[in-house]
Design a binder for this molecule. Sequence first.
Ligand code: 5GP
Ligand code: ZN
Length: 135
Amino acid sequence: MDCLFCAIIAGDVPSRQIYADEHAIAFLDIAPLHWGHTLVVPRQHVTDILAEGTTLSDIAPAVHNVSRLLVDRLEAGGVNVLINNGALAGQEVFHLHVHLVPRYPEFPGMRALFQPDPEAGAELDALHAILTGEA
Ligand code: 5GP
Ligand code: ZN
């Protein structure tokens, strides 16, 4: 099977990983909407929440722990939790993933979620170091 996120989980494609547990890993989105935009991805390949396999409850601890990590370390004022299921909903990578998007006062509100901060993609290595404690 040719799946980008399975390749990232296997370590065959590099990512800036910030979290791992039994059921999921989390890594920085390569094209962030806002500073710290992270993807939580189940280790088991499952297309979306409509498919059989890993359920949301399996990856809920990862979603919770990574949300807290992002808000604490980045001093965000909030976080959006989003899953796109199906191409019409905007899904582009067909391995279930939860978007965690930390939010800041400069670009508040749900509609500004999709008007990315133009600076959000800068300094991804520095951001990774902050979130992994290497900074
Ligand atoms: P979707 O539209 O499927 O919900 O989200 C896919 C996400 O994966 C997008 O936000 C996109 O920026 C991210 N993405 C695509 N390719 C890569 C990659 O190679 N590495 C990382 N870290 N993120 C990726
Ligand atoms: Zn996969």
